[in-house]
Write a protein that binds this ligand. Structure first.
Ligand SMILES: O=C(O)CNC(=O)[C@H](CS)NC(=O)CCC(=O)C(=O)O
Length: 280
């Protein structure tokens, strides 16, 4: 199965972001990818709540979703839109949704997943995130099917919650997606080791398309521009890194031999060896 991961530097203009995404998507499809993946918040990355309120749409009106569905259909590909920031659909909660979509080659939405774990973290005196102030977390894990393969959907900070990945693998996942916008500090320290650990623990291919670089946000000149780590990664079920997207926007192609899932799991059957135990 040939896969392509798009690495992007999304800013606070959804139309500019779409204009960056579409040529890369077409390049991925022209290169023979059957499944193409985009990073977290493909449509808009902005720390400015007012800008988000101004630009974000509900799912039914979102222009990025409509355009990318059309692209998937035209190219005849499976498309994992890592996530879109959207106006929420709960009238009692005005927070946005951070939602991942799986689109089939007819352009239909076949699965959606709302990010479960919110990045409410203080990394340093100058770098502080309160994702739950802007986004409403989801409350269910999602196992989808892409090109006949069971695919577990996760997003970014979810990566730090291994129980979610074990559950997806135990439910049958062979691929797990982790579209991200990792911070540069935690990216350097944790990104690769966490992705490789999740691949080894689950015996799954892990596909992690990422945001990279300095995100343009001219509407908030008073703030530090936000940066992301990049290094979109594909990891095989034995923990080997198959592709690394580096630090600039682009497309990474990777061929997956899905039988590697069975080989890794028969060599190390840890998914089957779990035992109930007493104690703390
Ligand atoms: O802010 C948005 O619009 C979209 N959301 C994100 O970019 C999220 C929350 S700030 N980023 C992460 O989860 C990074 C996790 C990370 O860096 C780590 O776990 O170390």
């Amino acid at each position: 199965m040939k896969v392509a991961m798009l690495q992007l530097t999304s800013g606070d203009d959804p139309y500019a972001n779409l204009a960056e995404t579409i040529p890369l998507l077409r390049k991925a499809a022209a290169g023979g990818a059957e499944l193409v993946l985009t990073p977290e918040v493909t449509n808009l990355l902005s720390p400015d709540r007012a800008r988000q309120t101004e630009m974000l749409k509900p799912e039914s009106e979102d222009p990025t979703l409509a355009a990318l569905r059309t692209e998937a259909r035209a190219a005849g590909i499976w498309l994992l839109i890592g996530s879109l920031a959207l106006k929420g659909d709960n009238p009692e909660d005005e927070r946005f949704a951070n939602r991942s979509f799986l689109i089939d080659p007819e352009g239909e939405i076949t699965a959606r997943y709302d990010k479960l774990h919110m990045f409410d973290v203080t990394i340093s005196e100058t770098e502080r995130y309160r994702e739950s102030a802007a986004y409403r977390p989801g409350d269910r894990a999602v196992l989808a099917q892409a090109a006949g393969q069971p695919l577990g959907m996760t997003i970014c900070y979810d990566l730090r919650f291994p129980e979610l990945y074990l559950r997806l693998a135990q439910a049958g996942a062979r691929l797990i997606t982790v579209p991200s916008a990792f911070s540069t500090i935690t990216g350097k320290a944790h990104w690769e080791v966490l992705l490789r650990a999740r691949a080894i623990e689950t015996g799954c291919f892990i596909l992690a398309p990422a945001q990279c670089g300095t995100h343009p946000a001219p509407h908030s000149p008073d703030r530090q521009p936000r940066q992301s780590f990049g290094h979109s990664l594909a990891v095989d079920p034995w923990g080997k890194v198959l592709a690394n997207g580096g630090t600039v926007p682009g497309v990474s192609f990777v061929s997956l031999d899905l039988q590697a899932v069975d080989r890794a799991r028969s060599r190390i059957p840890s998914l089957r060896h779990g035992r109930p135990f007493e104690g703390p």
